[in-house]
Design a protein around this ligand. Structure first.
Ligand code: S3P
Length: 461
């Protein structure tokens, strides 16, 4: 297990070129696999999660070729013409890949088994099995709706209407994929808007999809989506923006480490992904977004971040879907801010790649941060940040990543700001979403030292 020690950084400077967006990369491969003709993808994230999806769509009959760094070509097979995979689909650590593909195979006449690593095998799949069985698919799973999951798709699906019980872009996308090969109009309601990459990309591939925003009584917004199945998809070019969820790590590190000033170019700034910017704004951060443009239906921009003191925050839980993957890092920001932050309504964090509430509580406490665990969130006593008279989190503790890439990266950022080094038990899984993270952070001025199996350090600046 390669451990990693992260020590206080002096200042982060320079330009951070972040890898491609994970959510958009999965979708690009999957939708291209269903489109007639050859789609070209630029900027694909070549992290382990996405590579599992590439293998899976290949096993389903699509032709997938890599031209060079991030450049891929996919020749699709129309839905209904996909081939029966010869073996179970190995999805590794990837909830998104597994769940979206379960939706896809639900309305194909084939029987497909999904397997994954330990972390994925602990995550609930019932939330997908319910909507896919509405279409007529038969599902089998291990106890508690876990992997291995086997789906026997139906060759004769009927259109469905469904209200998503948990705000989840994965459930929404699985439903849309099942509906794609179903004659007639299927409709879905999501009570709170979640990332809409599937809707945007399906439209770009020529799907017949309409989206209507619906205002809830409490002022929050949901959506009603209608999709007409059996409309052929046509190959297109997809330029994958750099991943905001990955950019968040150097961004927050730069905010917290005094004297920092960095630029993060070409990052996806889809408003359903950038809730973190809003919350950090409430905490007092000033983050510039310049050169805003659109590529392949997704808004992108260059982020300019300078260090600045943060104050505590108590975010509205209705914002959660817009920053769901950024909470571990936001907890680190709160631990470095002045005042007490209260996070509630975050039960979903317990079923991510790890139980992110208990993982973060344990690691923050091990580094001298006063933190209280709640059933659906946590309370964090900030250490004062870099405000005049404030302090940094003590640090000096050992933390467990629990096989969770975002927990791992959040604690390495904590080490960059804390008084004493933070030791992470295992940094290997960071490659699922952010290959080259340690090198990139060290290039900006961090001091993250990875231990090889032989105990010799590498990646030091
Ligand atoms: C994702 C949706 C989110 C997010 C995950 C990626 C997606 O999961 O946490 O990392 O690409 O659709 P949920 O749909 O479970 O909220």
């Amino acid at each position: 297990m390669p451990a990693c020690v992260s020590s206080q950084a002096t200042a982060l400077k320079g330009t951070a070129k972040i890898p491609g967006d994970k959510s958009i990369s999965h979708r690009a491969l999957i939708f291209a696999a269903l489109a007639s003709g050859e789609s070209r993808i630029e900027g694909l994230l070549e992290g382990e999660d996405v590579l599992h999806t590439a293998d899976a769509v290949r096993a389903l009959g699509a032709r997938v070729a890599r031209d060079g760094q991030g450049g891929w070509r996919v020749t699709g097979v129309a839905p209904g013409r996909l081939s029966q995979p010869a073996a179970p689909l190995q999805m590794g650590n990837s909830g998104t890949g597994a769940r979206l593909l379960m939706g896809l195979v639900a309305t194909q006449p084939m029987r497909v088994t999904f397997i994954g690593d330990d972390s994925l095998s602990r995550r609930p799949m019932g939330r997908i099995l319910e909507p896919v069985s509405l279409f007529g698919a038969e599902t089998e799973s291990a106890e508690g709706g876990r992997l291995p999951v086997t789906i026997t798709g139906t060759g004769d699906p009927a259109p469905q209407s469904y209200e998503v019980p948990v705000p989840s872009a994965q459930v929404k996308s699985a439903f849309l994929l099942a509906a794609l090969n179903t004659p007639g109009i299927s409709s879905l309601i999501e009570p709170l808007e979640t990332r809409d990459h599937s809707e945007r990309m399906l439209a770009a591939f020529g799907a017949d999809i309409t989206v209507e925003q619906q205002q809830n009584k409490d002022g929050t917004c949901g959506r009603r989506i209608e999709i007409t199945g059996k409309t052929p998809l046509t190959a297109t070019k997809i330029i994958v923006p750099r991943d905001f969820s990955s950019a968040a790590f150097p961004l927050v590190a730069a905010l917290l480490v005094p004297g920092s000033d960095i630029v993060i170019p070409g990052v996806g700034i889809n408003p359903l992904r950038t809730g973190l910017l809003e919350i950090l704004g409430h905490m007092g951060a000033v983050i510039g977004i310049v050169n805003q443009r659109e590529e392949a239906g997704e808004p992108i921009g260059d982020l300019h971040v300078k260090s600045g003191g943060l104050k505590a925050v108590t975010p509205d839980a209705a914002l959660a879907p817009r920053l769901i993957d950024e909470y571990p890092l936001l907890f680190v920001a709160a631990a470095s801010a002045s005042g007490t932050s209260v996070f509630r309504g975050l039960g979903e964090l317990r079923v991510k790649e790890s139980d992110r509430i208990s993982a973060m509580v344990a690691g923050l406490a091990a580094n001298g941060v006063a933190v209280e665990e709640l059933e659906d969130g946590l309370v964090i006593e900030g250490c004062g940040g870099i405000l005049p008279g404030g302090g940094r989190p003590p640090g000096g503790g050992s933390v467990a990543a629990h096989g969770d890439h975002r927990v791992a990266m959040a604690f390495l950022v904590l080490g960059a700001v804390a008084q004493n080094p933070v030791t992470l038990d295992d940094a290997a899984m960071i490659a699922t979403s952010f290959p080259g993270f340690i090198e990139l952070m060290n290039g900006l001025g961090c001091r993250m030292v990875q231990q090889s199996a032989a105990g010799v350090s590498r990646n030091e600046r």
